[in-house]
Design a protein around this ligand. Structure first.
Ligand SMILES: [Mg+2]
Ligand SMILES: [Zn+2]
Length: 212
């Protein structure tokens, strides 16, 4: 018998760093989303292991090498460590749509691999992303799944709602999601009306700040 614990899974682009339509191909193009580093420290302080699961089809499209991707991730880890956070492992899917792999989200392959390799109970885990494909991966493995309004989140709220109904929560940004997880771990409801309204407001008014 193993005593499995939950984990926190984070998408990368649009959650930790700003999305780029040109793809993030080097560290010089990597920009942390304001508050992300502090939020990762808070998530680390929950004691749950943190994994990053990121689609990086740019690799197999020849836009960046695995070495360049690893360099970005090493520097990202350094910055996270300097702020007191820790990511246990980063998983990436290098495949493009046509390769039909089982790791490119919306498929849950990376979550299942992390669960297998680290003895994680996915039903006790959280998954945070900014696209409906993240929500699909999280919901399909029974994790508590949170859509952020950073990155592409504002434009993914309705598509996610359309596909998954009330099976996911919405938060303004990673800090808001960290608060949700802290509340859940203290036995309080993860989703409050105030949080929900703020996230919906951001989805409907993309250029305004949240109403907190
Ligand atoms: Mg993303
Ligand atoms: Zn893949």
């Amino acid at each position: 018998m193993t005593n499995k614990t939950g984990a926190i899974f984070l998408d990368r682009d649009g959650v930790i760093n700003e999305n780029s339509s040109e793809h993030v191909k080097s560290w010089s193009e990597f920009r942390f989303i304001p508050g992300a580093l502090e939020s990762i420290r808070r998530l680390t302080n929950t004691g749950m292991p943190i994994f990053v699961v990121t689609n990086q089809a740019a690799v197999n499209r020849g836009l960046l090498s695995v070495e360049e991707l690893n360099d970005i991730h090493q520097r990202m880890q350094q910055a996270i460590h300097q702020m007191g956070g820790h990511i246990t492992q980063i998983y990436h899917c290098p495949h493009d749509n046509h390769e039909k792999c089982n790791c490119r989200k919306p498929a849950p392959g990376m979550l299942l691999q992390a669960a297998r390799e680290h003895g994680i109970d996915l039903s006790q885990s959280f998954f945070i992303g900014d696209a409906w494909t993240d929500i699909a991966a999280g919901v399909s493995v029974g994790a508590h799944t949170i859509l952020l309004m950073t990155g592409r989140g504002r434009w993914n709220f309705i598509p996610s709602w359309d596909r998954f109904g009330l099976n996911f929560a919405a938060a303004c940004d990673l800090a808001d999601a960290a608060g949700m997880i802290e509340d859940a771990l203290h036995g309080e409801p993860m989703v409050s009306t105030k949080r929900f309204r703020s996230a919906v407001h951001m989805a409907m008014h993309p250029h305004e700040l949240p109403v907190l």
